[in-house]
Design a protein around this ligand. Sequence first.
Ligand code: PLZ
Length: 453
Amino acid sequence: MDITYRLEQKRRVLGDFPGPKSLELAARRAASVAKGVASSVPVYVADADGGVIHDVDGNSFIDLGSGIAVTTVGASDAAVVGAVKEQVEHFTHTCFMVSPYEGYVAVAEKLNRLTPGEHEKRTVLFNSGAEAVENAVKIARVATGRDAVVAFDHAYHGRTNLTMGLTAKAMPYKHGFGPFAGEIYRAPMSYPFREENPQITGKEAAERAILLIQKQIGADQVAAIIIEPIQGEGGFIVPADGFLPRIAEFAKENGIVFIADEVQSGFCRTGEWFAVQHEGVVPDLITTAKGIAGGMPLSAVTGRAELLDAVHGGGLGGTYGGNPVACAAALAAIETMDSQDLRGRAREIEATVKRRLGALRDELGADSIVGDLRGRGAMLAIEFVKKGSATTTKEPDADATKKIAEYCLKEGVIILTCGTYGNVIRLLPPLVISDELLADGLDVLEAAIRANS
Ligand code: PLZ
């Protein structure tokens, strides 16, 4: 990496926070913003660059969350900032459905080239991950003439009505928000750490899901199977080797559209452009968002030309989909990923984190709260269990997980939790984080784990 940071890449907490300016903003927020939107940290942002977030009171936090896997190239990457400024001076919007522009076409060309598979592809752009997922399902239904959609246990696909239905976890995502869309079915996931039979292979776990599909839905009724190659909100669950390839093969054998939801795992995050590439899986459709545009809202569905082109003219779209400023940002962000070899950087981060946390786990012993250490690239997680249960009942410890995240925050490190049982800490640093800053963040995390062990 050869990166010049605009802000000093140092952690700095000035005594107790939130400071006065954050408190004032919190008061204004309480009186004006809907309570249903929650924030993980109590401070308000003034600036962000590389691996740091500065708050309005002068604190500097190490960012190990990237705004939920979005700021892969940092929150103010010079190339992205330049491209946005340039575009914004010309036009902010025309609506691609009214008067089209090159940026949209260029992003589509890029995505068609970067996504796995040598087949002819097409792309359509949207704003959010949920919107991409919802449109992938629309495309699969038109292309197959079928209705049913299969999602997995622990899945997260968004908060719109259809994507809530695809999402597994009730609280907070679905609770009270029904009724949900019909023809959504849930299949068992491969979750190596929590398998009843720890010997089960990825292929066997896939056969378990396939049997359910065949018996409870009927393969010929299924339009699409949608899966996150590494599950995000559900707990950074990496399925056993062989699971994804067998599911993809089953989809192919039965004319089912295989959709890889790479909204969180895509764009260098796992050390490849897309997480499916670790097992050589070629999805029919792939949904992307988050890391794609350096923080600007943009999402996409990319896939087989015959599927996307099965939709009637005018059937896909939206006022802002593929906004020109977001497209300019995406082209610049992808350029940065390439020129800085951020795939390689993700693999370096994986090696560092796994070495350090692996050593900590060995030191704490087999019955410590560190139940599982997993993930790929810079999409890494620790699953915490009640002390003494790691090799037996694996009882989730959401309380310790929360305390560890709070300890980190207090020391100036922003760390996100996730998981169906709320007992997973996930690490999603910007890939442009410096070695020194990452090491400092890991020192704090290790101290937090020790303090709660
Ligand atoms: N698919 C795999 O991870 C978004 C949102 C968390 P949107 N995940 C983070 C929250 O609490 O809202 C996500 C994802 C996967 C789809 C989505 C949805 O993307 O851009 O948030 O709509």
